[in-house]
Design a protein around this ligand. Structure first.
Ligand code: PRP
Length: 211
């Protein structure tokens, strides 16, 4: 058991893409489609233990050493200031963190801007860098209705295709930063299990460029 490397794998669409890349790179071959409620899956041949976590939590598992390596979105690294090594940009899971507002929105610089978001730290930092005072309204999802219902002036959220904004009559005011999936490692694991982590990193990098 001890020579296994543990991998924090985000559940859902991102995780499926990560597993496809691991398969393509010849690193591991597991199927999570029919695992039911099981949250730890081992690939005996590859000596890898996959831990299925919420996408927002995978950097926490890696930072705290519950997983040696993992994949998370760049948004999570920015929001959580995760103390991990970022080894690769995997080039998928692309989207952007944006400020969006109703089409008739006009900023009133005299009062704090009310910003609805799941990403309170990233929003604070983004608007602080512009010298704009804000009032954060922290939500856990379904951010888009906030400005429509008068709960906020703008939202600070992820935009991928833009269809959620469109369907809620919002538009992008400004892009804060680009996002993609990142391959990360626990700092101590990186030192003590360096050869194996570097081997996997190299294989992933080669397979990722072929996508
Ligand atoms: C994210 C984000 C937007 C939507 C953007 O939500 O918060 O609501 O995706 O995608 P689009 O530009 O392709 O429409 P997610 O689906 O992750 O759910 P959540 O609201 O629970 O965070």
């Amino acid at each position: 058991m001890e020579d296994y490397l543990s991998v924090a794998l985000p559940k859902g669409r991102l995780g499926e893409k990560v597993l496809a890349l691991f398969r393509k790179a010849g690193i591991a071959d597991i199927d999570i489609a029919n695992v039911g409620r099981k949250l730890c899956i081992e690939d005996e041949a590859a000596k890898l233990r996959f831990i299925l976590v919420k996408p927002y939590d995978s950097a926490v598992f890696v930072e705290r050493g519950a997983a040696d390596i993992g994949v998370c979105g760049y948004d999570v690294l920015v929001e959580q200031h995760s103390d991990v090594y970022e080894l690769l940009d995997l080039g998928f899971g692309k989207c952007a963190m944006c400020v969006a507002a109703p089409k008739d929105f006009k900023d009133e610089p005299a009062r704090p801007l009310r910003v609805a978001t799941k990403y309170a730290c990233a929003a604070e930092e983004f608007f602080a860098s512009k010298g704009r005072d804000i009032d954060i309204i922290k939500l856990n999802g379904s951010i888009e209705p906030a400005p429509i219902l008068g709960l906020s002036d703008v939202i600070f959220d992820i935009v991928e295709t833009g269809s959620t904004l469109k369907e809620n009559h919002l538009e992008v005011v400004e892009k804060a930063f680009d996002i993609s999936a990142r391959f990360i490692a626990n700092k101590s694991s990186y030192n003590f299990k360096n050869a194996e982590i570097m081997r996997i990193t190299k294989l992933l990098a080669e397979a990722a460029t072929e996508i």
